[in-house]
Ligand binder design. Structure first.
Ligand code: EPU
Length: 417
């Protein structure tokens, strides 16, 4: 078992460069199978979820060459093979194989996805979308069976503006007959990234990033080259870590516009923020004010930064209230932070956080962002060693976390037991 060992108390200093976005990458890789020729993805993050996805594509017969931050996917010899088990079970985003396979082959058998199960995460809106496009969808022994004689464009109103459902419907609709309109679509930057790739492949998608997306289906898509957008959640995590340690860090290769909800909250707390074209500097100050935060769909405060933000708010004066309106119970980090001496209680969908000192403890990451929260908490504690287990979750979303933190002056290392 691997664990992260942290002796905190050192202000983070220096520059960290952010890799491509995980939640884009794991949608762009399956999107590539809709093409008839090679797709090249640049600025790919080096993450275990990306490795699992390349395994899934190879299992289907695609040729995948992954070197550094570039992946070349040749989907020309891909076949429609049922995938009820195997790597699809390791990954939540394997649900994108449903839309991609449906678009390419009009059929798919995909095992129900795994991944970070911090609470039940239904996929009813994905299925509603596939059915609206003319697919029959059944759940047989834990695998989703999808089949369509032909896919026909339709108007789909999403009951919740789901990132996954919006992307999945775009994937299937890109090669359907006629026009599909998604209403109440999610507006996250990763959706724009997927639409940009599909359009470079020859798709006709308009409105990505707004609540109405229009997709004109085409019969064939071709290869292209695409550079993935920077990971706004990774960037936000380093911004929060810089502030929590009262450091001075330049976060490079970011799109500052994507960070607005976080930068506004940090400024409200009294943290110094300098914005440049593609980077943001975070300047810690001795005293932080308490704030209330509401995690919402984009452009609101990201739910994926809710757990790291909890750790930062333990460093503020007074009582902060952090509510998550995307997931009702994403608080697995709270009992672990309490072990570290944090004064936090959960009431409904809110965490009520009273600022105060933390202490070192042995804690367990139960999901990816909970893991990030614990690492940040550990970085604030100067006496003793904080031990974080559940490193496999953290590796799903943070490219080179330990070396990046060490480069910023943190005393962090991996230990294998
Ligand atoms: N929802 C439904 N029905 C559906 C789909 C979603 O009720 O069919 C609900 C969910 O339960 C949730 C809300 O809608 O309450 C939003 O879920 P969404 O579908 O947008 O989430 P997702 O696509 O499954 C992606 C990211 C998550 C991130 C959310 C919200 C990927 C692979 N995952 O999940 O990222 O939290 O959007 O922004 O893109 C992470 O990176 O740690 C992570 C969990």
């Amino acid at each position: 078992m691997e664990k992260l060992m942290i002796t905190g108390g050192r202000p983070l200093q220096g520059t960290v460069s952010i890799s491509g976005a995980k939640n884009s990458a794991i949608a762009l890789i399956p999107a590539a199978i809709l093409a008839e020729s090679e797709v090249i993805l640049d600025n790919l993050p080096l993450l275990s979820d990306v490795a699992v996805y390349s395994e899934i594509l190879e299992e289907l017969g695609a040729t995948v060459a992954w070197e550094g931050s570039q992946m070349k996917i040749d989907p020309s010899s891909i076949k429609s093979i049922p995938m009820p088990n195997g790597p699809v079970k390791k990954l939540r985003a394997s649900y994108y194989m449903m839309g991609a396979m449906l678009g390419r082959f009009k059929e798919a058998i995909i095992g129900l996805p795994g991944g970070c199960n911090f609470e039940p995460r239904p996929i009813d809106q994905h299925i509603k979308g596939f059915e609206a496009l003319g697919a029959t969808v059944t759940n047989e022994h834990g695998a989703i069976h999808l089949h369509a004689k032909e896919l026909r464009g339709n108007k789909i109103y999403l009951d919740v503006s789901s990132v996954g459902a919006t992307i999945n419907i775009m994937l299937a609709a890109a090669r359907a007959k006629g026009a599909t309109i998604i209403e109440n679509a999610a507006k996250e930057p990763e959706i724009i990234d997927v639409a940009t790739l599909l359009n470079s492949m020859g798709a006709i998608i308009k409105g990505a990033g707004t609540e109405t997306i229009r997709i004109e289906g085409v019969s064939e898509l071709h290869g292209c080259r695409h550079s993935i957008i920077p990971d706004r959640i990774q960037a936000g995590t380093y911004m929060i870590a810089a502030a929590a340690t009262r450091g001075n860090v330049l976060i490079d290769n970011v799109i500052p516009k994507h960070m607005e909800a976080l930068t506004a909250k940090m400024q409200e707390m009294g943290i110094g923020i300098e914005e440049y074209d593609e980077s943001i500097r975070v300047l810690g100050t001795p005293r932080y004010e308490h704030v209330d935060v509401k995690a919402l769909v984009y452009p609101g405060f990201a739910t994926d930064l809710q757990s790291p933000m909890t750790s930062l708010l333990t460093q503020a004066q007074g009582v902060s209230v952090l509510s998550d309106f995307v997931y009702s119970n994403r608080f697995k980090h709270v009992p672990e932070l309490v072990r570290m001496g944090a004064k936090i209680r959960v009431e409904g969908r809110s965490a009520i956080i009273e600022g105060g000192r933390l202490n070192a403890a042995k804690v367990k990451a139960a999901d990816l962002r909970a893991g990030a929260a614990l690492v940040i908490a550990g970085l604030t504690v100067s006496e003793g060693v904080t031990e974080v287990t559940g490193v496999e979750y953290i590796d799903r979303g943070y490219d080179h976390l330990v070396s990046n933190l060490r480069h910023l002056g943190a005393d962090v290392w991996r230990q294998t037991e």
